[in-house]
Write a protein that binds this ligand. Sequence first.
Ligand code: MN
Length: 281
Amino acid sequence: MITPLMPYPAALLMTKETRVLVVADLHIGWEIALSEKGIHVPTQMPKLLQKLKTLISSYKPKILLIIGDVKHTVATAEISEWHDVPDFFTEFKAYVKEIHLIRGNHDGNLDPLLPEGIKTLPSSGTIIEDVGFFHGHRWPSPALLKCKTLVMGHVHPVVGFRDPAGFRITKQVWVKANCNKEQLTRILLEKNKIKIENNPQETLLKHYGIKPKTFQLFIMPSFNEYLGGKPLNEKNSNEEVKSEKIVGPILRSDAIDLENAEIYLLDGTFLGTLSQLKALA
Ligand SMILES: [Mn+2]
């Protein structure tokens, strides 16, 4: 079972054998990318590190699982990241037994920055007990369909509100959406170029030896709270909603019911469904 660690943008997965602390979207080096554009923000690294240390000392996980976007610059590594990223991993190796890392779209050229012993996993995801984790900029593997719950990052979900004076505030949120497992099975098989015979379930069983069980998807808030994001409840034109930049393929598919997704603040407050919140944007 996976539990959000309120009020932190983190989750804990407890199995019989192990405890896994899950975080997404650290974007180390984010401030430096901004400073190159002339916007100077003091480094947020010490705060991020402290927040993670607090969580580790409270929950004593054996594994730290980062579900993508450790660093900020996409294809290359900035000079500062040559220090900050290795420092980050070296420091946290002392606190947890294992660090596992799913590659995100910002994790290009990451390998030279990783110290020994960090386990890297593909962006198509990994399975721990009955939970499937993936980054979200690409489709998850059909193998993840055997999990009841999927967890992704990448979106940095926030919702926006406008007060009567016109001020705008945005808040980081958790998103819990229902999945249509039949549709998701069909799509993931198609994306893997597997021809569907009879029906998707049978084909999945034939190729992967599993039955689809996925009924819900959690979108994790970014661990780096300074990043911001595009409010999910903003009224968009249809083209914008479908734009690849905003969400990632799985959320654009009909298999995920984003309109009726439940939206929670980091402290656990239930705000309503996404469609209800659209009225307040
Ligand atoms: Mn990402």
